[in-house]
Design a binder for this molecule. Structure first.
Ligand SMILES: NC(=O)c1ccc[n+]([C@@H]2O[C@H](COP(=O)([O-])OP(=O)(O)OC[C@H]3O[C@@H](n4cnc5c(N)ncnc54)[C@H](O)[C@@H]3O)[C@@H](O)[C@H]2O)c1
Ligand SMILES: O=C(O)C(=O)C[C@]1(C(=O)O)C=C[C@@H](O)C=C1
Length: 288
């Protein structure tokens, strides 16, 4: 694909920083500019060679940019869109990496009145429990899915450019509609994160257990790694994908009630069947 002149990263943390680093390595952009509120973080991004330049002035950030990548928590997306709107060029592509898609699309609709033709909502299905620019990694997206949820207004040309950039980072791009996206990731990503946070918090609050965490081992570590994820990011996901998440929390509540009953009744046949089916499903679909 043709080299772009300028890409702007709004929010130079794990996701924005990894996107920038990967593109720099692929040599697909002449200049990558970071925008944020915290100059210490942006200075760090320069030191780590994640971006070429930075600014805290939104006008300077988006002017003459070929593509703006929003990588801020979901709760900041609308404000950022509002603030950049007066300075955007007609042809600037806007894309994002937010973990829920309907809320970002709604924000864009509210800010621009109608959905822009150069708006390509997206979500890389890759990440880690560490956040911030120091966690940025140019390999983060290699062999990971990136879901794009173009709107009816999204132009084919903009979609292809965004697709091309993710492919250059080694990602496998898939197109989905935003509602389906939000439902699927409520079940497979948002639910497990909320369960992990809730489990750790519950044990922490039960003082009668004493210093229970010193007795945890591999199982607890595997189940709760994601409870070390950023609290702002996950607060926003819970709020901005609330409807789908509540549905899956309720389904899980029913499953837990059923499991509690089986354990109470010491129903070994039913427990065995449940564990065997779950093991088979996981072993079939997930490697390690
Ligand atoms: N962490 C993951 O595993 C993961 C994976 C996929 C998608 N996402 C999504 O990507 C987005 C970014 O997540 P992250 O993990 O990179 O977070 P992060 O905390 O590492 O980075 C976010 C950056 O945005 C900055 N920021 C916050 N509000 C801002 C504002 N109003 N204006 C400018 N900058 C602002 C922060 O200072 C920080 O530098 C979120 O929407 C998240 O849902 C995260
Ligand atoms: O591996 C992790 O630590 C992640 O949290 C990544 C993960 C997930 O797999 O659920 C989390 C949120 C994202 O929106 C996408 C990916």
């Amino acid at each position: 694909m043709n080299k772009l002149n300028k890409i702007t990263i709004i929010g130079v943390g794990l996701i924005g920083g990894s996107f920038a680093k990967g593109l720099k390595q692929a040599g697909l952009v002449k200049e990558i500019m970071g925008f944020g509120q915290n100059t210490t973080n942006l200075q760090k991004a320069i030191e780590l060679d994640v971006v070429d330049s930075f600014t805290t002035d939104i006008a300077e950030a988006v002017q003459d940019s070929d593509l703006v990548f929003l990588a801020v928590p979901l709760g900041a997306m609308k404000t950022v869109l509002e603030n950049m709107k007066p300075y955007l060029s007609k042809n600037t592509i806007i894309t994002d990496g937010g973990s829920a898609k309907s809320s970002v699309i709604l924000s864009a609709q509210e800010v621009f009145g109608e959905l822009p033709e150069h708006f390509v909502p997206g979500h890389p299905i890759a990440g880690k429990e560490k956040s911030g620019v120091t966690a940025a990694d140019e390999q983060l997206y290699v062999d990971h899915r990136v879901i794009l949820t173009p709107t009816a207004a999204t132009s084919q040309a903009s979609l292809e450019i965004v697709q091309g950039l993710w492919s250059a980072l080694g990602a496998n791009v898939e197109i989905m509609n935003p509602q389906q996206h939000d439902e699927i990731f409520a079940a497979t990503s948002h639910l497990p994160h909320l369960l992990a946070f809730s489990l750790v918090d519950m044990l922490n609050e039960h003082e009668e257990l004493g210093d229970v965490f010193q007795y945890t081992a591999g199982g607890f570590r595997d189940f709760t790694r994601i409870a070390s994820s950023d609290a702002v990011m996950w607060r926003d996901i819970a709020v901005y994908n609330s409807e789908a998440i509540v549905k899956w929390l309720k389904n899980y509540g029913l499953a837990l009630e059923e499991l509690t009953k089986l354990v109470e009744e010491k129903d070994s046949d039913a427990l065995y069947t449940l564990f065997k089916d779950a093991k088979q499903a996981r072993d079939k679909h997930i490697v390690n």
